[in-house]
Structure formats: structure tokens, C-alpha cells
Ligand binder design. Structure first.
Ligand code: AHR
Length: 501
């Protein structure tokens, strides 16, 4: 017997406009993300600059608004100067975050070129591990200053007459983490972030700057870190970062599927901490959130001995199941539920490293299960989030109580006259009847009902079986102004509606 759930969607229940940058992603010089992923000069589809066209196509299709670069932990040891200028003169460097050799064949200018090809903005990160204010302000000058100064003219001499005009910049990466090269205390980092932000903005006043929050809510210093860092940098930064990864390594699927409730709580806690500092400072300025690393992440990293200074060895090449895709879907819904505070988010990462897209060096490309919820949310989750009233049966799991079987949200795109309902049925063995009351819309019809499901929740897509888990069409209908659908057990659903009045 299917269980029943309801949603009321009303065009007056407006939560917030979606900032499209919540559908951002991340490419780090790590594993085969850059070398073998986006850049593979010997590949049959490679363009004249060595970029794989098959990867460009798969990424363009996602309509990714912003991509964070070049790290991650990598950035905390990165000398940006090593990655610019004639390629044959670039050094090979020992890369201390992942114990590999960095060839520097892709650097800032190549990445800027590539980002244009996939239609994305770049979210740059500066090194606040081994470097500091000077390298950061020089990099801004190199990238964004038109001409007439040493670094802007150096860029021009490298063949880039027009500035890159990168707008969004991260002030370091996970500076609270002991694994980070040049990790800092909150006071050390807060002061450095503040002073670096000032200097960067004196070079380019249009920058938007992201200060590092904790590398995860499980850190001992969580919340205190956020409060101290913001206390020391409030007037000079715009966003605070959050990072989170989930896995089902204990093989407890009901608990794993509830993990987006942890994300809900994490976002609310960080927003509350930002607001605490705002209140303390009696400031009119609100700090918004950048969830600039999130995903399902299951694998352990290689040791220093295993990495052994190889060039772009495979690392963190997680193979994603249907249940992983459902968690990604639930997290995307969580981002939409917090669209009033989360203005940027980066699915970490985009290709080959904990990624929705996989490639073989010199060989084929295939799409993981997690590609699909990301694709659907990015394509159809733009507009205004309408806060739905949801009624759903619930369950308890190891770490969560009152987990609704139905996780859902709706987005109204007034320009296109479309309402989209994103919904996950967390039930592992029962279909879930969904009745959506669209009382404020006089007439709607179904454009399509996309479903991601599979008999086996552990099903994956691989190089040899790339179409095992693929979206299909469901059977949502409109009856008496209500949308009715049966959401298959353990499924991701996208119900797209045309609004006729
Ligand atoms: O995304 C992989 C790594 O996870 C990043 O380099 C780091 O910031 C985080 O710990």
C-alpha cells in the first residue's frame, strides 16, 4: 500500500530568489580533475589548447554558473606565478597537499579560457597558507587590473590583453584544519583574512570576498571559529564558507538518506552565528553563506608513500550509487530551502575527483548517478523558491528523528511561467502518493515528470555500463487543480508544470 503525502504551494509563500550560483562546482589540482579530466592534449576530442571537448559538452549541459579554482587544500601551497607564462618554461613543483608533482601546464589563464568555454564564472582562491597579502594582491592585479602596472602588463605579455575580471574570491581554504598547509588559529586567520581582503579590494573594489568558515561542523572549534573570524573581518568580507561531505560507510541507508537534515541544521547554525556577530557589531550588513564544498564522499585518501610524487594519479574516484544521488538530491533541496542565506554553493568536485563526471585518460567519458539531480536542479531550479506546506509520514533513524519520507521544495520561474517541484521519496520499499495543491494558480499542466529510480539502490553507472541509472518519465497528472503523482520507492522526482494563469 503506498503511503500518502501532501504539499500546498502558493505563489504568495515566497521564500527567496534563487541565486544561480548555488549550482556552482569546484575543480582542484587534485587527482585527475585537471590533468586527464578537463585537460588531456592527446585525447581525440581535445581542442588546440588540450581541453577535452567531451568534458566541455557534459559540463556545458549542466549550466554551471561558477567554478571554484584552483583548490581546495592545493591552494595553500600554490605559487600562482608558477602557472603563468610560456608553458615550456613552467616549473614542476612538489605539491604538498596531496604529495604529487604539479606540472603547472594548466594555470590561471588556461583555466579562465576553459571556464569561458563551459560558460562559467571563476571563483578564485588565494593562498593564505604559505603565502599572504602580497601574493594575493599581486594575483588580483594580474587578473583584474586593465594595464599600466607590473602584474597587469605581465598578463598582457602572456597574451591576455583583457583582464579576466574575476569577481568572487576565497580568502584561503579550510584554514582551521590541521591538514592544511599553514593552518591557523581563528585569531591568526581572522586578522590575516581582514588585512588581505582590504589590500585585494584596494586593487579592485568590485571584488566579493569569502572568508573561511570551519572545514566541517564536527571540528572542535566549530562556531567559535566562525564568530571569531567574523568578529575580526566583518566589514571587509561578504560571505562565510561552509564545507560538508556525507557518506554511507556504515551501510545504514535510512540514516544516510536523512543526512540533508544535518545540512539544514549546519546552514541554520552558521547563519545564526553570522547574525550573532552582526548583532554584536550593531551592523546593517548581513553576511551570506557560501557552501563552497559539499557532496557525498566515501573514499579514503592515499598515503604520502602511495602518492610518491606522481603526476595526476587517480585519487578519490568515488563511484556513486542511486542512494548517493538521492542524498545529493536532498542536499540540493536543502540549498533551495535556505535560498535566503545560501548564495553560492559548489558541488565538490566536478570531474574525476568525487565527481558527477568521469573520464578515462585518452578514453571515454561517462556520467555518474549524481549528475542527474545536479543537472535537473541547475536547469529547472531557477526563479523564486515557494515555501511549501508539507505533510508526510516520518521515521526515526540512528542520528535523526522525524525524518519525513517526502523531502520536497518548489521553485516558481515567472519568466518562463513554470513551477517545478523537486521531491525525493526516502522510503526504501513503498511508493509515496503525492498530492500537490496549487490553489493560487488557476490552471497548470504537466510539462514532464522526470524520475531517477532503480530496482537496486546500490546501482551505479560505470565505463562499461554507463546508462544503468538514467532518468525516465513518470506519470504525474493534474486532477481538479491538484497534481497527483506516485513517487517510486527511493526515487528522485522533478515535476515540471506550465502555469497558464
Ligand atoms: O574537495 C576535496 C578536499 O576536501 C579539498 O581540497 C579540501 O578543501 C577539503 O578538505
Amino acid at each position: 500500500m503506498p503511503i500518502k503525502s501532501t504539499m500546498i504551494i502558493d505563489k504568495d509563500f515566497r521564500l527567496a530568489e534563487v541565486d544561480p550560483r548555488i549550482y556552482g562546482s569546484f575543480i582542484e589540482h587534485l587527482g585527475r580533475a585537471v590533468y586527464g579530466g578537463i585537460y588531456d592534449p592527446g585525447h581525440p576530442t581535445a581542442d588546440q589548447n588540450g581541453f577535452r571537448n567531451d568534458a566541455i559538452e557534459a559540463i556545458r549541459a549542466l549550466n554551471v554558473p561558477i567554478i571554484r579554482y584552483p583548490g581546495g587544500n592545493f591552494v595553500s601551497g600554490y605559487n600562482w606565478e608558477d602557472g603563468v607564462g610560456p608553458k615550456h618554461e613552467r616549473k614542476q613543483s612538489l605539491e604538498l597537499a596531496w604529495w604529487t608533482t604539479e606540472t603547472n601546464q594548466v594555470g590561471t589563464n588556461e583555466f579562465a579560457d576553459w571556464a569561458k568555454l563551459v560558460g562559467s564564472e571563476v571563483m578564485m582562491a588565494v593562498n593564505l597558507g604559505t603565502r599572504g597579502i602580497d601574493a594575493a594582491r599581486n594575483l588580483v592585479e594580474y587578473c583584474n587590473h586593465p594595464s599600466g602596472s607590473y602584474y597587469s602588463d605581465l598578463r598582457i605579455s602572456h597574451g591576455y590583453k583583457e583582464p579576466h575580471a574575476f569577481k568572487t574570491w576565497c580568502l584561503g581554504n579550510e584554514m582551521d584544519g590541521p591538514w592544511q598547509i599553514g593552518a591557523k588559529t581563528a585569531v591568526e586567520y581572522g586578522r590575516l583574512a581582514n588585512e588581505t581582503a582590504k589590500a585585494m579590494r584596494w586593487v579592485d573594489p568590485t571584488l566579493e570576498l569569502v572568508a573561511c568558515g570551519s572545514s566541517g561542523s564536527g571540528m572542535d572549534t566549530f562556531a567559535e571559529w566562525e564568530a571569531t573570524v567574523l568578529d575580526l573581518s566583518y566589514d571587509n568580507v561578504d560571505y562565510l564558507s561552509l564545507h560538508t561531505y556525507y557518506n554511507n560507510n556504515n551501510d545504514d541507508t535510512p540514516n544516510f538518506l536523512a543526512r540533508s537534515m544535518d545540512l539544514d541544521h549546519f546552514i541554520s547554525s552558521v547563519a545564526a552565528t553570522c547574525d550573532y556577530v552582526q548583532a554584536k557589531k550593531k551592523s546593517k550588513k548581513k553576511i551570506n553563506l557560501s557552501l563552497d564544498e559539499w557532496n557525498v564522499w566515501k573514499s579514503q585518501g592515499s598515503s604520502r608513500a602511495e602518492q610518491h610524487w606522481q603526476i595526476a594519479p587517480p585519487e578519490f574516484e568515488d563511484v556513486y550509487t542511486l542512494e548517493d544521488a538521492l542524498v545529493v538530491g536532498c542536499c540540493l533541496i536543502s540549498l533551495l530551502k535556505h535560498a535566503d542565506r545560501v548564495k553560492m554553493a559548489c558541488l565538490a568536485q566536478l570531474i574525476n575527483v568525487i565527481a558527477p563526471i568521469m573520464t578515462e585518460n585518452g578514453g571515454p567519458l561517462w556520467l555518474q548517478t549524481t549528475y542527474y539531480p545536479y543537472l535537473h536542479a541547475s536547469l529547472y531550479g531557477r526563479g523564486t523558491v515557494l515555501h511549501p506546506l508539507i505533510s508526510s509520514p516520518k521515521y526515526d533513524s540512528k542520528d535523526f528523528t522525524d525524518v519525513p519520507y517526502l523531502e520536497a521544495i518548489s521553485v516558481y520561474n515567472e519568466e518562463l511561467n513554470e513551477v517545478t517541484v523537486f521531491a525525493v521519496n526516502r522510503h526504501l520499499s513503498e511508493g509515496l502518493e503525492l498530492d500537490v495543491d496549487l490553489r493560487s494558480f488557476s490552471s497548470v499542466n504537466i510539462i514532464e515528470h522526470i524520475v531517477l529510480e532503480h530496482e537496486d539502490i546500490k546501482a551505479v553507472n560505470t565505463k562499461s555500463n554507463p546508462h544503468n541509472v538514467m532518468p525516465s518519465q513518470g506519470k504525474a497528472v493534474v486532477e481538479g487543480g491538484h497534481v497527483k503523482a506516485l513517487l517510486a520507492k527511493a526515487s528522485w522526482n522533478v515535476i515540471r508544470l506550465r502555469v497558464n494563469g
